[in-house]
Ligand binder design. Structure first.
Ligand SMILES: *Cc1c(COP(=O)(O)O)cnc(C)c1O
Length: 393
């Protein structure tokens, strides 16, 4: 049967069968897939046959390629990819916790996660108890109060770059049979693989070091093969699935993760050392400095000689002085996010940590003079020179 023009326009683009392996992962930019029979369609839906159904978490080859490389890098059996880090954390939380249960979380949280735990989960009857992750007795006491759905922490937390002792925290959870979740965004899998330290779920905002170029929003949760179906189910039901082009950007980003992160860590360490000597700087928070309270944890937990690409420092003076320093930077850009090729600075007390009131900020150790830096891939000497000129000297 010959078809008319409109029908050929819709169906004429026959995809050739490709038997070779392309160097770059192809982008399967399709939201739906065809079947020969309804029986086959149903079997794929029931996961009894391999295949693809629909783009909202049912699987897509490009997304699956990203999940494969992420589980390989994190040393887990499986992964589920998301439209953003927040979508990942939301799906994981919804999967693991039910109304009437408690979540015990580190109080050192990314601002958006704090908002999810503080504003959204309580409306669904899930209470979040915040603890100091460096106070073992406090964590133990909080974990022992039942029913605890899961424990949550971040490997390196914003903005003081505190490093949680993941091996101890995982052990405390395991002893009590409590599920453990960690947000490994700031470390990236190159610096730390928390599953090897005993964590059950490893979440990322792939928007940061994994994508690495400030051009994509993405997230992922790495877990065991056994835990994947429930998480995948929640993803299908709540809808925050990763899209193919975003998966392609993340796969491409990961190919250069090692060289980017090594360079960012080296520049961050040199910048931290420079700032620590500067007369206008009150304190520098960088786990690579022996003065950082978690330097020894970082030495144990992070890849040898590397301490991350983010740091923060406190400028002497009032809010006006700090604003002037931030605005005088010529290479470093004032803006949200981290882990990209551009050096970025933020002023936490007025931006990322605005959800905390003045007293909570004081408890969290976030004074108005604090500046957070995410080191990019510009020339190290230029970056240090930029901070030198902005600080006036
Ligand atoms: C950015 C970030 C998130 C949220 O990720 P999005 O991709 O912005 O949704 C969660 N945790 C940490 C530590 C982050 O830095």
């Amino acid at each position: 049967m010959t078809h008319s023009f409109a029908t050929r326009a819709v169906h004429g683009a026959v995809v050739p069968e490709v038997k070779q392996r392309p160097a770059s992962v192809p982008i399967y930019q399709t939201s739906t897939w065809g079947f020969d029979t309804s029986e086959e369609y149903a079997a794929v839906l029931r996961c009894e046959r391999p295949g693809h159904v629909y783009g909202r978490g049912y699987g897509n080859p490009t997304v699956e390629a990203f999940e494969a490389v992420m589980s390989s890098l994190e040393g887990t059996e499986a992964a589920v990819a998301y439209a953003s880090g927040t979508a990942a954390i939301h799906a994981l939380t919804t999967c693991l916790a039910s109304s009437g249960e408690r979540v015990v979380s580190s109080r050192e949280l990314y601002g958006g996660t704090f908002a999810l735990f503080d504003q959204v989960l309580p409306r669904y009857g899930i209470e979040v108890v915040l603890v100091d992750p460096h106070d073992e007795a406090a964590v133990a006491a909080a974990l022992e109060e039942a029913p605890t759905a899961f424990f949550y922490a971040e490997t390196i937390a914003n903005p003081l770059c505190s490093v949680a002792d993941l091996a101890i925290l995982a052990e405390m959870c395991r002893e009590r049979g409590i599920i453990s979740v960690v947000d490994n965004t700031f470390a990236s899998p190159y610096l730390c693989t928390p599953a090897a330290l005993g964590f059950d779920y490893v979440a990322h905002s792939a928007t940061k070091y994994i994508g690495g170029h400030s051009d994509v929003l993405a997230g992922v949760v790495c877990c065991t093969a056994e835990n994947r179906p429930a998480l995948r189910g929640t993803t299908i039901e709540t809808g925050g699935a990763m899209q193919p082009f975003d998966a392609w950007l993340c796969v491409r980003g990961l190919e250069t993760l090692v060289v980017r992160v090594e360079r960012q860590c080296q520049t961050a360490l040199e910048l931290a050392r420079f700032l620590a000597e500067h007369p206008r700087i009150v304190v520098v928070h960088y786990p690579g400095l022996p003065s950082h309270p978690h330097h020894s944890v970082a030495l144990r937990e992070l890849r040898a000689g590397l301490f991350g690409g983010t740091l923060s420092f406190e400028v002497a003076g009032d809010a006006y002085e700090v604003a002037k320093v931030c605005e005088s930077l010529e290479i470093a850009m004032l803006g949200a996010s981290l882990g990209g090729t551009h050096t970025l600075v933020t002023h936490p007390s007025s931006t990322t940590h605005r959800q905390l009131d003045a007293e909570a900020r004081r408890v969290a150790g976030i004074p108005d003079g604090l500046v957070r830096v995410s080191v990019g891939l510009e020339d190290t000497t230029d970056v240090i020179g930029d901070f030198a000129q902005a600080l006036g000297g």
